[in-house]
Design a protein around this ligand. Structure first.
Ligand code: FES
Ligand SMILES: [Fe+2]
Length: 452
């Protein structure tokens, strides 16, 4: 442990804006991440709308552990390790559904929706000595808490509660979850695909990187911009095809406690240029309700990026919410959900789903730019020398400040790496700390250093 401890500290120098590439490739670091980050942080499991009735279940992951999330008879939500206690088979195989019991396909042990082992085939003959079924229920995820419809799980009984853990990222997340009465729901199914890159590349980009959009997405933006007449026709009247970074007056990046977000201040409730006309019209039609609930800044915020540490990302106005499930140091499995206001009309929900898939589905015209970058970077990092190289995270170094206009947290100009530096500092703090107390001490010390 001591060696890894020293290594981790040496690999991340957030104060000077440097990380060493090995953090994206080292198998020992990856194992430590599974224990100390995915074993201790709050991880997104499901949206409540996916499991409305008793017995409804949804299968997901916490790190690499398969997890089944189940609505209980009393309306509460529990989550279990999807692992039979007999020989480790998954007891639930469907992506989602409704059930009264989970019956293991291997030897037929059966578990109730509360995780209790209720039925063992041939029990009197196979276990003449007796089997204490109470001891062999499914392992329950230690803590499950919800935030405005999103369900999170945590294995660590000593972790801060979900709301405390979220800190100011909750303010940014409310911009999606709390626009309208009735909250949100997941539209359609989950799109899942694998990218050959470390989970931290996409998480970091959604936390901290507006900068790439100007260059990496230049061709997509050019297509929409150059054909603005056609695009306007396709996108709906009143829609401008100019990207927000060309029209916005000011912009902010937030980065604290490992979380990150970035957006531009705008004056009109204009949606992203790639969404359908029905979506843009819907945002205009519902603007006053959103403004009454969230205030002007967040109601107008229909573009921008976000990551709640470690792996829950979303894009405002685009309706994509995704989780980066780690699959070894060199791979990530993306699970993309389309999230929209529950009270939106059905044709608008369909337009949200279409728009999110077109831009950010597995073959989405913006998604492809991003995943190509991450996979290429990961290929470079297979090089022995490349793994040892220090990378530059100095953008906007020492530009951090606390704003006075109500936008909370440690902030900087949007074109900075405040959130990335904060994310890697928090990451290293978690890997190095034995307890949450220690994590929090380290995080507070870093905040003081950043703001001095
Ligand atoms: S592995 Fe599940 S019953 Fe044997
Ligand atoms: Fe991108």
């Amino acid at each position: 442990m001591t060696t890894t401890k020293l290594n981790v500290d040496a690999l991340v120098d957030a104060g000077n804006g440097r990380v060493t590439s090995a953090i994206y490739t080292d198998p020992a670091i990856y194992e430590l991440e599974m224990e100390r980050i995915f074993g201790r942080c709050w991880l997104f499991l499901a949206h409540e709308s996916q499991i409305p009735k008793a017995g409804d279940f949804f299968n997901t992951y916490m790190g690499e552990d398969p997890i089944v999330v189940v609505r209980q008879k009393d309306g509460s939500i529990k989550a279990f390790l999807n692992q039979c206690r007999h020989r480790s088979m998954r007891v639930s195989h469907a992506d989602s559904g409704n059930t009264r019991a989970f019956t293991c396909p291997y030897h037929g042990w059966s578990y109730g929706v509360d995780g209790a082992l209720i039925e063992v085939p041939l029990e009197p003959r196979a276990y003449p000595q007796g089997l204490c079924k109470e001891k062999w229920g499914l392992l329950e995820v230690t803590r499950v808490e919800t935030y405005k419809g999103l369900v999170f799980g945590n294995w660590d009984a000593t972790a801060p509660d979900l709301r405390t853990y979220m800190g100011d990222i909750a303010w940014y997340l409310d911009g999606v979850l709390d626009r309208r009465e009735g909250g949100t729901e997941i539209i359609g199914g989950v799109q899942k695909w694998v990218i050959d890159c470390n989970w931290k590349f996409p998480a970091e980009q959604f936390a901290s990187d507006q900068y790439h959009a100007l260059f990496s997405h230049a061709s997509a933006v050019e297509v929409l911009g150059a054909k603005s007449g056609d695009a306007n026709k396709a996108l709906g009247s009143g829609q401008t095809a100019r990207p927000v970074w060309e029209t916005a007056k000011d912009a902010v990046q937030y980065g604290e406690d490992g979380h990150g977000s970035g957006f531009f201040f705008t004056e009109k409730p204009d949606a992203n240029v790639w969404v359908d006309g029905e979506v843009s019209q819907y945002f205009r039609d519902t603007y006053s309700e959103a403004e009454a609930r969230l205030g002007k800044v967040r109601a107008l915020r229909l573009a921008g990026h976000n990551n709640m540490f470690p792996t829950l990302s979303w894009l405002n106005g685009t309706a994509t919410l995704r989780v980066w499930h780690p699959r070894g140091p060199h791979q990530v499995e993306v699970w993309a959900f389309c999230i929209a206001d529950k009270n939106a009309p059905d044709d608008v929900k369909a337009a949200f789903e279409r728009s999110a898939t077109r831009a950010f589905g597995p073959a989405g015209f913006l998604e492809q730019d991003d995943s190509e970058n991450w996979a290429e970077v990961q290929k470079v990092l297979r090089g022995h020398r490349a793994k040892k190289t220090r990378l530059c995270l100095e953008m906007g170094l020492h530009g951090e400040r606390v704003r006075e206009d109500g936008v909370p947290g440690i902030t900087n100009y949007i074109f900075s790496e405040t959130a990335a530096r904060g994310m890697y500092r928090r990451w290293a703090d978690l890997l190095m700390s034995e307890s949450w107390e220690e994590v929090n001490e380290r995080t507070s010390a870093y905040k003081q250093e950043v703001l001095k």
